[in-house]
Design a protein around this ligand. Structure first.
Ligand code: 5GP
Length: 179
């Protein structure tokens, strides 16, 4: 798979150190709040699984599916959501766990939906943040890594559903997706 990458952008060690740091912070910030952590599928799977193990307080988990990219690298700006939450979020402290915030459309859409459920609080964490690409104003409470405008894969993030299983974040060779 490495042959398809132009660079390893963030290695495994750096990711794990940041995730641990964020887990400690959330443990402190959410003490006695019995939060519900929501994994935004599919891109957040690895980040989510690692992060919740670093949060050392009782918590619950639930899942939402969001799709905004097809097989390309540019967002069509259309967010497709499958809301099938099993937990009643009314009066709960909710933590959204997102893989990457690019234009901000996906996150904004999800945040608006969650806020309507009359939650006690809403905290948003993202593994990666590309502020240069933002087209909508959206609030992010914790970003592990702020990155420039490049299409990245790995650690849950895909291109055409592949590369999610890389344990690090890599930059895809342009020749791979421009062919
Ligand atoms: P937004 O709605 O913020 O434009 O896009 C968010 C979604 O687009 C992310 O959840 C992710 O699925 C996808 N996305 C944005 N940038 C990248 C990227 O660099 N690599 C990958 N693999 N997906 C991205």
């Amino acid at each position: 798979m490495e042959n398809f990458l132009s660079d390893i952008f963030i290695d495994e060690e750096k990711i794990q150190a940041k995730v641990q740091e964020l887990g400690c912070q959330l443990t402190e910030d959410l003490e006695n709040k019995e939060p519900v952590f929501i994994c935004i599928l599919k891109g957040s799977i690895l980040f989510f699984a690692d992060l919740i193990r670093e949060v050392k307080i009782p918590l619950e988990v639930d899942f939402l599916k969001a799709s905004s990219y097809g097989a390309g690298t540019e967002s069509p700006g259309i967010v497709e959501m499958a809301f099938d939450l099993k937990i009643d979020l009314t009066d709960r402290h909710v933590v959204l766990v997102e893989d990457i915030v690019d234009s901000g459309h996906t996150l904004k859409y999800i945040q608006n939906f969650i806020r309507k459920l009359k939650v006690a609080s809403l905290t948003t964490c993202t593994l990666l943040d590309k502020p240069d690409r933002r087209t909508v104003d959206v609030s992010v409470d914790y970003s592990c890594f702020v990155i420039p405008d490049a299409f990245v894969v790995g650690y849950g993030l895909d291109f055409d559903q592949k590369f999610r299983n890389l344990p690090y974040i890599g930059i895809l060779k342009e020749s791979y997706y421009s062919e």
